[in-house]
Design a protein around this ligand. Structure first.
Ligand code: HEM
Length: 479
């Protein structure tokens, strides 16, 4: 038997250490592959803050906050993960995944939101309420969006637009976004709580703007921060609403036919919303309805200004309608139903602008999306903008072509208003406002876009044009 000589021992030890070391590395590697296999690609960024700085940099740039997602989607594909504000966020951009997540048939997802947004709109808001509370509030609010409410809104909105357009004649140049923000704000406040004009409306408008600007701000509560100013503005809005509710309950204010009155006069106790729920949701509806609709109208004017052929077809349809309508009264729901081409212009504008670029949901359990593992607690965002601009879903997606909607589009490829249990409540109202605006603009003015810059405004929650779309208008005469 060969015994090891003294000088052979170190050699054997060396090989043993090498073998054990290699085994440990192999086992670790195996374990790692097992735990990270199928996890979506992407960077988690720095410890704790993740990629928050990059996200904030995008918000603060002219490209808008969506650019953060766009860059990563190009790098990683249809499904990737990142870390924002200390939370893992996954972005997905296929129609199949959109269907699974937004329909949520298996109850694996719930609405996700940023905690600081809940502080601004209130935790009783439809946007942040628990699933059970959401169900109750949504069923209550859905009744508000009946066709008779929409008919009334069309009349009120038309009146506001006609007044505004009249004033344009002597101005020559107008900034569409600024004008439309005022009109949509006026229309929302009238519909919700009959505030029509005066100091009360102006103060409310300023305060809502503060809340809106705080929604993407860093949640630092120091007096000079955007977030703090938003919270203070929220307090003032809540005080105004509280006062209004008290006066109405005491019968000290005229009995209005508005959303607030409807919510206050529910006889069935089980359906009645608390004052806090009413207040938070009135604010939510202003925020959800004003900026989105105004931004959408602004993009629509820009797209039309850049596409003369589409504009000509639209003009022909609208002038024909003017001839057909015998009276010069306000537009009606029936009139809007006779605007098939304009409806496609609205839809195409919403597709291209993707005003709400993605919809966050929180995973309630471990699950799988696009073949990747999603862990319980992660935020999964349906990237509507990518879906709208994907050549798989739309030919020449960057071309403004309303006629593409002559044919049925692929399921879950048009997500401007979301889908499933969280679909936009104001969808029909928003479309009606866009059509009314379009009709009045097209039949009253010729216009040219002065500034074609497509930069996005900084610090805004919805995609807003930074230039506001300044246009030069000239009145036209119709017989
Ligand atoms: C062009 C204008 C509009 C666009 C593009 C838009 C878009 C959207 C989208 C995409 C969602 C769903 C988000 C998600 O699933 O996470 C949503 C929800 C909502 N929208 Fe709109 N919206 C518009 C106008 C309005 C108007 C005029 C109102 C009401 C007055 C309104 C009220 C709401 C409310 C209350 C929700 C929350 C629904 C829920 O969570 O159950 N929106 N909107």
């Amino acid at each position: 038997m060969h015994l090891l000589t003294l000088h052979e021992y170190p050699c054997l030890c060396f090989y043993a250490v090498l073998l054990v070391g290699s085994l440990i590395i192999l086992i670790r590697r195996y374990r790692n592959t097992e735990s990270t296999a199928n996890i979506p690609p992407g960077s988690q960024g720095l410890p704790l803050i993740g990629e928050t700085m990059q996200f904030m940099a995008a918000i603060n740039s002219g490209k808008g906050f969506y650019d953060f997602v766009r860059v990563r989607r190009i790098r990683y594909g249809n499904c990737f993960k990142t870390n924002i504000f200390g939370k893992t966020n996954v972005f997905v951009s296929s129609t199949e995944s959109a269907k699974v997540i937004l329909n949520n048939d298996l109850g694996k997802f719930t609405k996700g939101y940023i905690r600081s947004i809940a502080e601004l709109v209130g935790d009783q808001s439809l946007l942040c309420a628990s699933p059970q509370q959401h169900k109750l509030i949504r069923s209550r609010l859905t009744n508000l969006f009946s066709s008779s409410s929409i008919s009334l809104l069309i009349k009120q909105f038309d009146e506001l637009i006609m007044g505004t357009l009249q004033a344009w004649e002597h101005r020559g140049t107008v900034v569409v976004l600024n004008e439309v923000l005022k009109i949509t704000f006026g229309a929302m406040c009238k519909m919700l709580m009959k505030i029509e004009s005066g100091e009360e409306l102006e103060t409310l408008e300023k305060d809502v703007a503060y809340v809106y600007e705080a929604m993407l701000a860093f949640p630092l509560k120091l007096p000079w921060t955007r977030f703090y100013k938003g919270l203070e503005a929220r307090k003032r809005i809540m005080r105004t609403l509280e006062k209004m509710i008290t006066l109405r309950r005491r019968g000290l204010e005229a009995n209005h036919e508005d959303f607030l009155q409807y919510l206050l006069t529910e006889d069935d106790e089980t359906l009645r919303l608390t004052d806090a729920e009413i207040q938070d949701n009135i604010l939510t509806m202003i925020i959800a309805g004003q900026d989105t609709t105004a931004s959408a109208i602004t993009w629509m004017v820009k797209y039309l200004g850049e596409n003369q052929k589409v504009l000509n077809t639209l003009k022909a349809e609208q002038l024909h309608l003017v001839e057909k309508r015998s009276s010069k009264s306000f537009l009606t729901l029936e009139d809007l139903n006779q605007m098939p081409y304009a409806s496609k212009v609205v839809k195409e504008s919403l597709r291209m602008a993707a005003i709400v670029p993605w919809f966050p949901r929180q995973a309630l359990q471990d699950c799988e999306i696009e073949g990747y593992k999603i862990r319980k607690g992660w935020t999964v965002n349906v990237d509507a903008r990518s879906i709208h601009l994907d050549p798989i879903n739309y030919n020449d997606p960057n071309e403004f072509n309303p006629s593409r909607f002559d044919d049925e589009s692929k399921p879950y490829s048009f997500l401007a208003f979301g889908m499933g249990g969280r679909t936009c409540l104001g969808m029909n109202m928003a479309k009606a406002m866009m059509l009314v605006f379009l009709h009045r603009l097209i039949t009253t003015y010729k216009w040219g876009v002065i500034d074609s810059d497509s930069s996005i405004e900084k610090w805004t929650l919805f995609s807003r044009l930074k230039s506001g779309c300044p246009i030069q208008v000239t009145r036209i005469t119709t017989n």
